[in-house]
Design a protein around this ligand. Structure first.
Ligand code: AN7
Length: 357
């Protein structure tokens, strides 16, 4: 019988902080495709560029890798409810895993600033949702305060179980390629994922599985780039709502990952994010949410600055599925709505419209 992927806890049981008494709450997360993107490699002048397509996880984002760990451990500790602050994807994932575990989820989201698909997921999985009059950073402060003072377990990435689960993506990259890439690129909000990949690579390096650790390149949106400015951003602003975060939870962890990997942080304009969002859809065939195009947009910016050596092998994590924030695809380069033309059911007319006749 063909092998069925069993979710990251069962697949990487020996490499995670779990034991036989840990209940395993899984939706089959992980095992996502690593897709070669020759069009992107050509654009940036690299030998190979691969996309780790995390939109293929059960709730459509990389958050599921960490959430299977966080919710399993919470249930193991007897938690009856989990809480998170979220720009959308964490809440979708927490709600789904809580539903699978048969416990309550509480999610705090910034009012009016989360994509419709993600809100819909949290509602679908019966989370208790509150829209907070504030930004993500305010939501996280609230979630921390509530988890410290009330019987509800925090599942944001300040919870180390989340980082543990997310490090498995680096293991998968190495297993698929047989080597570590020269550069690993990803979008950065709280920098939990950036830190988690580095942890995964470092563990494989220390175990002698890989001979080098990739340079970790993290990119933020220009209006929301505390790592670039070196200080928290009070009113973060970007169309990439998933990474609209001014005071990253994993700040120190990520700084050390950058230093150890000889990596860097950079930022890109919203217009560069949207350009790359379209390029990935049209030239690579992978539909991601705009925030998820931030890494590739940054890679292009660095390539244009001469920072991508010819012969480089690069992995770019695309973090969330395009359907989560689908309306961006229905706008053209100038921001005008795209509406398919209406036609009759006569073949000659349709052929003419299509330019076939
Ligand atoms: C698609 O859901 O923070 O740097 O609350 O949804 O690990 O925070 C989402 C973050 C990148 C940034 N891409 O990851 C949340 C949340 C997508 C995301 C990030 C997020 P981190």
């Amino acid at each position: 019988m063909a092998h069925q992927w069993r979710g990251v806890i069962r697949e990487y049981f020996d490499r995670l902080d779990v034991d036989a008494s840990t209940p395993i709450i899984t939706l089959g997360e992980g095992g996502t495709p690593l897709v070669e993107a020759p069009a992107l490699a050509k654009l940036v002048g690299a030998e190979e560029v691969w996309l780790k397509v995390e939109g293929m996880n059960p709730t459509g984002s990389f958050k599921d890798r960490g959430m299977t760990m966080a919710v399993s451990k919470a249930v193991g500790h007897g938690a009856k409810a989990v809480i998170c602050a979220s720009t959308g994807n964490t809440s979708a994932s927490a709600a789904a895993y809580a539903a699978a575990a048969g416990i309550q989820s509480v999610v705090l989201v910034p009012e009016g600033k989360i994509a419709l698909g993600k809100l819909s997921q949290a509602v679908a999985h019966k989370a208790q949702i509150l829209q907070v009059q504030g930004n993500f950073d305010d939501c996280l402060d609230l979630a921390r305060a509530l988890s410290e003072n009330y019987p509800v377990h925090l599942v944001n990435s300040v919870n180390p179980d989340r980082i543990e689960g997310q490090k498995t993506a680096a293991f998968e990259v190495i297993e698929r390629l047989g080597y570590a890439p020269d550069i690993h690129v990803l979008p950065v909000g709280n920098a939990g994922n950036y830190s988690a990949y580095f942890k995964g690579y470092l563990e494989d390096f220390n175990a002698g599985v890989i001979k080098t650790v990739p340079k970790m390149w993290g990119f933020q949106a220009d209006g929301s780039a505390p790592f670039v400015y070196g200080t928290p951003v009070k009113n973060p602003d970007t169309i990439a709502t998933a990474i609209r975060i001014g005071n990253p939870a994993s700040y120190e962890l990520a700084l050390s990952a950058r230093e150890c990997s000889l990596g860097e942080f950079g930022s890109v304009l919203d217009s560069e994010i949207l350009w790359m969002h379209r390029f990935l859809s049209q030239e690579v065939g992978v539909f991601v949410e705009p925030s998820s195009a931030t890494g590739a947009a940054g890679l292009l910016k660095n390539a244009r600055a001469g920072k991508v050596p010819a012969g480089s092998k690069i992995v770019v994590t695309v973090t969330g599925h395009g359907l989560k924030d689908a309306l961006w695809a229905l706008k053209d380069e100038n921001g005008n709505e795209i509406q398919p033309q209406s036609v009759s059911n006569r073949a000659e007319e349709v052929a003419e419209r299509l330019g076939l006749a």
